[in-house]
Design a protein around this ligand. Structure first.
Ligand SMILES: NC(=O)c1ccc[n+]([C@@H]2O[C@H](COP(=O)([O-])OP(=O)(O)OC[C@H]3O[C@@H](n4cnc5c(N)ncnc54)[C@H](O)[C@@H]3O)[C@@H](O)[C@H]2O)c1
Length: 266
């Protein structure tokens, strides 16, 4: 099926890598005009170039989601280029710096500045994206779709505690905001992926051990496969599209069944 976002304008944050880049390419394949926004402006520009190379339409925006003015500027750049905004995909996210050679930090190992940085991007970044998009949607007379990338760690206790708390905030923001703006015809949903091999948390998707890493990630998912960034982008595409026109307030796991439970005796 193609053309799910034909004629729509979508702003995607964290567009320079991983899920965000996959979403830019996928949304454009489905007819969207894309604003590829990332704090790393060069990577955002590279994503926009990749979209154009597949005959899609895209512009890039250097945008720090932790800064509301920067998000407003990215939305304004999109509106200037394409005349309107139909969807925002708040995907940019960071995690607590791992301990070299050990990995995830316990809560007591987290430092205050690092936690504030993660909250500023993962929580306030989503808040800023929602505020900016809602203001633009209102100017256009209502309607519009907001999707955010939360995490399976926002649904169950899994992995880093503080990171999970920021994603849990996105999960709850999604429900509460969906109710708040429903009468404006604005839909608000989130996707909740499990482990993906991206540049996230210092991982290397081009690692020579890629196969082994993916196998290890897949082992914790009942379906047995690691999550591909395109799996998450596909769920976001559905939620942005008119196929989901009566879906709001949903936090959709993209986790191979991880959050559903576990087999008795398994
Ligand atoms: N990779 C995983 O295992 C995993 C699992 C669950 C959820 N997630 C979430 O998926 C989303 C995408 O992560 P990814 O795996 O593609 O990681 P990634 O590191 O490959 O991509 C994240 C992108 O966000 C950008 N970014 C970081 N801070 C930003 C800021 N302040 N403003 C704008 N852009 C910023 C980075 O430059 C990068 O391009 C994140 O929200 C992450 O928390 C990832």
């Amino acid at each position: 099926m193609k053309g799910l976002l034909e004629g729509k304008v979508a702003l995607i944050t964290g567009a320079g890598s991983g899920v965000g880049r996959a979403a830019c390419l996928l949304f454009a394949e489905h007819g969207a005009k894309v604003i590829a926004a990332d704090v790393n402006g060069d990577n955002a520009a590279e994503t926009a170039e990749l979209v154009r190379a597949q005959n899609g339409e895209a512009i890039a925006a250097a945008c720090d989601v932790a800064d509301p003015a920067s998000v407003d500027a990215a939305v304004a750049a999109g509106v200037e280029a394409y005349g309107r905004l139909d969807c925002i995909y708040n995907n940019a996210g960071v995690t607590i710096s791992p301990i070299p050679g050990k990995g995830l930090r316990t809560l007591t190992e987290c430092d205050g500045e690092d936690m504030r940085r993660v909250a500023d991007v993962n929580v306030m970044g989503v808040v800023h994206g929602c505020q900016s998009a809602i203001r633009q949607f209102e100017k256009q007379g209502g309607g519009g779709a907001i999707v955010s990338t939360a995490s399976v760690a926002g649904l169950i206790g899994y992995g880093g505690v503080f990171y999970g708390a920021t994603k849990g905030a996105v999960v709850q923001l999604t429900r509460a905001l969906a109710i708040e703006v429903a009468d404006k015809g604005i839909r608000v949903n989130a996707v909740c992926p499990a482990g993906m091999l991206t540049h996230y948390a210092g991982m290397d998707p081009d690692s020579e051990h890629r196969g082994r890493i993916l196998e290890g990630m897949g082992r914790v998912h009942p379906l047995g496969r690691a999550i591909d960034p395109r799996d998450t982008a596909s769920a976001a595409l559905f939620l942005c599209s008119d196929l989901a026109s009566n879906v709001t307030g949903v936090n959709l796991p993209v986790d191979g069944g991880l959050s559903a439970g576990r087999k008795v005796g398994g």
